[in-house]
Each structure stands twice: as C-alpha cells, then as structure tokens.
Design a protein around this ligand. Structure first.
Ligand code: ASP
Ligand code: MG
Length: 411
C-alpha cells in the first residue's frame, strides 16, 4: 500500500465531466489499495476572473480581502470532486485550508506554508476515506484566509506530500510531462522520463510553466518524488507514464543539456555613461530593490576612459515602467547621460546538470546562435544554466537551433 498525493490543475477540473473523469481515476487508485489525498485547483479561468473582479472593485484593494475572493475557486472544485467521488461509491470529504489547518505566513497573496496538521487526515486514511483538499489556500497567524501566489496549488500538493511522507506526489496537468523544450515551438521536442530537482527548478523559474517554482524548491528540500503527468491520458499515476522529478543520484545517464527554455517576460534597460566608481551599482540597484523591482541579468561594459561605463540589466516587463521612473527620478544623482529601454527581448536558456562535467557547453550555444545571425545582447550563467538575451523576433529560430545543437531532437 502506498500513500499518494494527487494534484489536478485547472484544465483537469474545468467542468463537471472533467471532474467526473478525475473521480474515476481516483477510484482506480483507491481500489488498488492506496491512501489518497487529492489537491485541486480552481476550474480553468476562474481564478483569473476572480482576480479581475477584485481589481475592478478597487485598484488598491486590501490583500486580505483579495485572498478571501480568489481562494473561492478551489472551494467549488473540492466540494464538487468530493460529491463525484461519493457518487462513485468512494468515501470522500472536502477540506478547506483553514479546516486542516494549513498554517501560513501572513504575506497575503503570496503566503508561505509553515505547518500542516495531518493527524485527522491520517485517521481518516485508516477508514479508507479520500481527502480532497482545496489547493492554493491556508490560514495566516491573524486567523484570516491566505493564498500562496498564482499556481500555488502545486505547492499545496508538495507540502502536503512532505507532511504526510507520501510515497509520491502526482501532478496531473494538460501536458503529459516535462519536455526538452516547448513542443508548440520545437516540434521535435521530447518528453523527459526523468529530470533532477535542480534542472526543474531552473526550468520552472526560466519560464517552463509546468510547476510553480516554489513547489519544486519544497520538493527538493524534502526529497518528495514528484511526477508530472497528463489527466487526459488513460493511465493513472501508479502506472508511471509521466516525467519523474527526482534527486540527481536517481538518474544514471545525463545529457549535457536537458532542456532549452525561454521567457518573454523580460525587458532591458541601459544607463549610458554612468560614473565608473565604487558605489555606483549600489546606487542604481538599491532603489530598485527597495521598490521590489527584481533585476535579473546585469552587464557592465568596460569603460574606455576609466571614468564612465554603460550599465545594462533586465527586469520583468511588468516592472519596466516603474524601473524607468525610479531611475529617471535619480538621473542627476546617478549621473548617466541617457536611459535606453527595450521590451522586445527574450531570454533563452539551456539547462543541464551535465554542464558541470563538460567543457565547451557555452561555446556550442554561442556558435549555434552566431550561425543563424542572432545577436546576443546579455549573457548570464550559473553552474547548470546558460542564459542569453536576444531580440524577441528570433525566439523560435533560437530555440530550434539550440535544441538541434545539443542533440535533443527526437529521431
Ligand atoms: N487557482 C490558482 C491559480 O490559478 C492556483 C492554482 O491553480 O494552482 O493561480
Ligand atoms: Mg498550474
């Protein structure tokens, strides 16, 4: 007998037919004798609508009331799934975050899970009951409802799996696993059987939207085996058809590069001719950090005269206007001559733990892009990742070229 947490995303519970199909799948796992907790998202599109309603009500809404509103989508699907399970003869009940309770920090709209009380759920497992938990929500120290940030049901599922010491956390979604690249762009992308937590973490934060980044961090820290699989396939999680996210030692043979990802949510800012002296970077990036503007890639050019330099860096597109305002307000203090910005850029990255033990990985990327005449604007690297910023119009070309260059193309 295994203990399994299964999470179903918005498209998997998009309507009653889909919820009935989820119930049938759970029934089969249940009949194999497993203990099962199910975590559900809201129906596809519902959370977006709820967010829009809170914005329409007031642009500067109270984050605590935002959480009250946007957490309701999951309440609906949890209740409906419990009903559908009961209808199919499976003992089940729904749980809201506060009922468990799932205790979180007080950072409304982006709370972190701090503790999950599992005693009652475990008792009900003994009676064969399926627990259906509303994802994305918890209760804060102020006794008010919190939510975990968009895509947070993944994190609910992994945190519950860690607390329950589950054998597996199955994440059912509308894709059948993690791919070497976006299959809508790279038609020769392949599904990966296994990927390491570290690679998944890089891919999630670099734009592959399969799992919420926080959920991967949590899985890595607690060693929760996560499986990504499609709820549109017939197979159930116990038949292992998806992609397993696991520790490095569980993967025998590594590709040098496991995936090629991209993020369009990038914008570039260049400050021309800032003074090249100690304290300048702090003076530029300090005020941005204070305003919660996340700066990602940074390059500082050599200064020809030893006095001035150009500083180029990236922020998310949503932060661009705010960043420009902050820097323009400080133009005199920072002493640059002009500010140039460009939102038509994309960040393309290659990710793989195999990079640690191979030389020439970056060179292969640069040559592949050069051969297609694609100019690299900014480069950044980590131990298992190389990212380049390029003009957005080259996104597709770059992804396909790199996929081929690293030998990832399906036969
Ligand atoms: N329903 C929430 C969202 O759309 C949480 C989730 O689906 O994971 O962000
Ligand atoms: Mg999701």
């Amino acid at each position: 007998m295994s203990r399994i947490v299964a999470k179903f995303g918005g498209t998997s519970v998009a309507d009653l037919d889909r919820i009935r199909a989820v119930a049938a799948r759970i029934k089969r796992e249940h009949e194999s004798g497993h203990q099962i907790a199910v975590v559900v998202s809201a129906m596809a599109g519902v959370t977006n609508d709820l967010v829009a309603l809170t914005r329409a009500a007031h642009s500067m809404h109270d984050a605590r009331e935002y959480d009250v509103v946007v957490s309701t989508g999951e309440q609906v699907t949890a209740g409906l799934l419990a009903i559908c399970l009961q209808e199919q003869g499976i003992p089940a009940r729904s749980w809201l975050g506060w009922q468990v309770p799932i205790r979180t920090s007080d950072a409304h709209a982006r709370a972190r899970i701090e503790d999950i009380e599992i005693a009652e759920m475990e008792r009900r497992f003994e009676d064969g009951q399926v627990c259906v938990l509303a994802g994305f929500q918890g209760i804060g120290p102020d006794n008010r409802i919190t939510t975990l940030g968009r895509g947070g049901s993944d994190t609910t599922a992994v945190a519950l799996a860690a607390a329950l010491r589950a054998d597996r956390c199955d994440i059912y979604t509308d894709v059948d696993g993690v791919y070497t690249s976006d299959p809508r762009i790279v038609t020769r992308a392949r599904k990966l059987d296994k990927i390491t937590y570290e690679e998944m973490l890089e891919m999630a934060s670099l734009g592959a939207k399969v799992l919420q980044t926080r959920s991967v961090e949590l899985a890595m820290n607690h060693g929760v085996p996560v499986q990504v699989l499609s709820s549109f396939d017939e197979a159930i999680g116990s038949e292992l058809p998806g992609t397993l996210v696991v520790d490095e030692e569980n993967i025998v043979e590594h590709e040098i590069v496991s995936g090629v990802t991209y993020s369009r949510d990038e914008a570039k800012i260049t400050l021309m001719r800032v003074a090249d002296r100690p304290g300048v970077a702090a003076a530029i990036f300090g005020p941005l950090a204070d305003a919660s503007v996340n700066v990602d890639m940074i390059v500082q050019n050599v200064s020809e005269d030893g006095k001035n330099t150009d500083m180029t860096f990236t922020v998310t597109r949503g932060d661009l206007e705010r960043a420009i305002k902050i820097l323009t307000d400080r133009k005199e203090e920072l002493g640059y001559t002009s500010l140039v910005s460009d939102a038509n850029v994309v960040k393309v990255s290659v990710v793989g733990v195999g990079m640690r033990s191979h030389a020439g990985v970056a060179q292969r990327m640069f040559s592949a892009l050069a051969e297609r005449g694609i100019n690299i604007q900014v480069i950044s690297t980590s131990e298992i990742k190389i990212s380049v910023l390029i003009a957005e119009e080259f996104t597709e070309l770059a992804l396909r070229a790199l996929h081929t260059a690293y030998g990832l193309d399906a036969a």
